[in-house]
Write a protein that binds this ligand. Sequence first.
Ligand code: CTP
Ligand code: ZN
Length: 154
Amino acid sequence: MATRTLLVSKIKDGTVIDHITGGHALDVVKILGITGRTNGIVLIALHVPSKGLGTKDIVKVEGRELEQEEVDKIALLAPHASINIIRGYQVADKKRVKLPDIIRGTVKCGNPACISNSNEPVQSKFYVKSREPLVIRCHYCNYIMEKQDVLNQF
Ligand code: CTP
Ligand code: ZN
């Protein structure tokens, strides 16, 4: 397929999440809470040929800028994604997502007996063992979680 032409149109004001790991656009859409019943233009492109990554996905959301919590979740499943803020058709800001070595709060430990799941005020804390494929380990109980386990929570 010719990639010289623009596959999905430009947006006027909003956010473009670009360089999403191929196949994960629909997970990003879910993280953003977008359903067929939410308002506003949303453009989704799957398996677009890309120089660096093989294929990539793109999600464009008109009329919305993302919360940090949403960006932190996207980083877990698409660690190469870029977040482009669009204002008046121009890229006003471009940031790469960042997956830190230690993840606090974003993911819930899958071990029901873990202290981070008790009534104690203990925030979850995971060490990133591998980024792609994602593997994280709980600081408190050593429970290992993979990408699919994390996705099931979102
Ligand atoms: N984009 C858009 N609407 C606009 C402006 C940009 O949908 N009004 C999209 C582009 O199609 C691209 C992304 O936002 O997917 C980033 O735009 P730009 O920085 O111009 O593209 P590149 O230079 O290719 O980005 P990168 O270097 O991050 O690959
Ligand atoms: Zn745990």
